[in-house]
Design a protein around this ligand. Structure first.
Ligand SMILES: Nc1nc2c(ncn2[C@@H]2O[C@H](COP(=O)(O)OP(=O)(O)OP(=O)(O)O)[C@@H](O)[C@H]2O)c(=O)[nH]1
Ligand SMILES: [Mg+2]
Length: 412
């Protein structure tokens, strides 16, 4: 599978089923009671994190994900069937955005997020029977499901991120640190997508995950080369290992790397410096580098020299840094999508009036405009909830155009 770390598509939840208008017609009963059932709720679009996937590739070409609509209610108080949910599996580490920002961070296996909530089913005429209105001839319509464009971003979840210029031996180090087998090549840009390996030497109580990303070049944070796209994959690593080729201007390379990390907003990450390919150096050069890079580890992925020390050092630093959860940004797990302020707002608009408010907008959507009794109920509810009063106070006259959400009608 190809490594895809971004995808966008439309999520469309199912609409709720309409309520039913029905009267029971039993034998020997001259006038049956209302028995129209409720419409079923629409299905939701749900994103769920799984460890079985490591890329967003299945969604690279998806345009829309739809959930099922709710069935209509029917006579004999039968509720319509619930619409089927559309459950979309995404890799652990997927973040969900819409145009307003981050909606969910699916960083735990099994965690899930309702990306678009199904519409509520409408009530049938049976629910409107009262002692004074024994035979209501109207019902509610189901509400439309939510619909929105979402963008998924995958961030590989690792403990240690290997960063370095191309060809310095990052993939070779990942091979020696873990059982992972990333490609190693003699040319720059061998690694094209992040690779993960688990360092689980038996001595460690807690194995840690190492990420190898494509080599960075100067200007990576501004979009040059391949590495820039992948910097964000180490953005959540707790520790960065700066890998330098000891045989090729390690001082210059370190300056470039630190500059790129700074530009990417990662300069405050804890780091360890690793000088690789020391097998190519003589003693004199090694001594020089010990002075130039105090505290840096000298290793060779080729001969294995220093690799044990590197693994121990990474493990010790991981333990010092504590649990992964600390320092991670907390994200709202759930969000309400529609404006949720209570009450009603009336505003003048093109010679008429616009009414906004969650409950009144829902009421308008649920009204069956074909049915005179349904329209009457709408009027009654508008009066009862104070909307008519608010419109009068705002100056509305009979015949003025009133808009509630998408619904337009004349004021009476
Ligand atoms: N002599 C020597 N060669 C090494 C060492 N580590 C890696 N190499 C060689 O350096 C070349 C690049 O190694 P990679 O591990 O692919 O380097 P990389 O940093 O992953 O490169 P990109 O993925 O292109 O950024 C290969 O030819 C390796 O065999 C080492 O310690 N000593
Ligand atoms: Mg590589």
């Amino acid at each position: 599978m190809q490594f895809v770390d971004e995808a966008s598509f439309l999520v469309r939840a199912g609409s709720g089923g309409d309520g039913s208008v029905s009267f029971n017609r039993e034998k020997y009963k001259p006038r049956g009671g209302p028995d129209g059932g409720r419409g079923g709720d629409g299905g939701s679009v749900i994103l769920r994190a799984t460890e079985d996937l490591s890329t967003l590739e299945p969604y690279a070409h998806r345009r829309v994900v739809k959930a099922g609509r709710g069935g209509h209610g029917s006579g004999n108080n039968r509720t319509g069937e619930r619409g089927d949910d559309a459950v979309i599996e995404v890799p652990v580490g997927t973040q969900v955005y819409d145009e307003s920002g981050l909606l969910a961070d699916l960083s735990e296996p099994g965690s899930s997020f309702i990306a678009a909530r199904g519409g509520e089913g409408g009530r049938g005429n049976a629910s409107f029977a009262t002692s004074t209105r024994r035979a209501p001839g109207f019902r509610e319509k189901g509400l439309p499901g939510e619909e929105k464009e979402v963008r998924l971003e995958l961030k590989v979840l690792s403990d240690v991120g290997l960063v370095g210029l191309p060809n310095v031996g990052k993939s070779s180090l990942l091979r020696t640190l873990s059982a992972a087998r990333p490609r190693v090549g003699d040319y720059p840009f061998t690694t094209l997508s992040p690779q993960l390996g688990v360092a689980d030497d038996r001595r460690y109580r807690r194995p840690f995950v190492v990420a190898d990303i494509p080599g960075l070049i100067s200007g990576a944070s501004e979009g040059r080369g391949l590495g820039n796209r992948f910097l964000r994959h180490v953005a959540r690593a707790r520790l960065l290992a700066l890998v330098l080729d000891a045989s090729e201007d390690p001082e210059g390379a370190e300056v470039t790397l630190r500059g790129e990390l700074y530009a990417a907003g990662l300069s405050r990450k804890p780091t360890v410096t690793v000088l690789n390919k020391v097998d190519l150096l003589d003693e004199e050069l090694r001594d020089y580098l010990r002075e130039a890079f105090p505290g840096a580890l000298q290793v060779s992925a080729k001969t294995g020299e220093g690799v044990e020390d590197l693994r121990d050092l990474l493990e010790a630093r991981m333990r010092q840094l504590g649990d992964r959860s600390t320092g991670e940004q907390a994200v709202r797990a759930h969000r309400v999508f529609r404006p949720t302020w209570k009450g009603v707002r009336v505003e003048k608009e093109n010679g008429g009036y616009a009414v906004a408010g969650e409950s009144v907008e829902r009421l308008a959507l649920k009204t069956d405009w074909e049915n005179p009794e349904g329209v009457e109920r709408f009027q009654r509810e508008l009066e009862r909830s104070g909307v008519v009063g608010a419109l009068r106070r705002a100056g509305a006259q009979p015949g003025d155009e009133i808009r509630i959400g998408e619904t337009v009608f004349d004021f009476r």
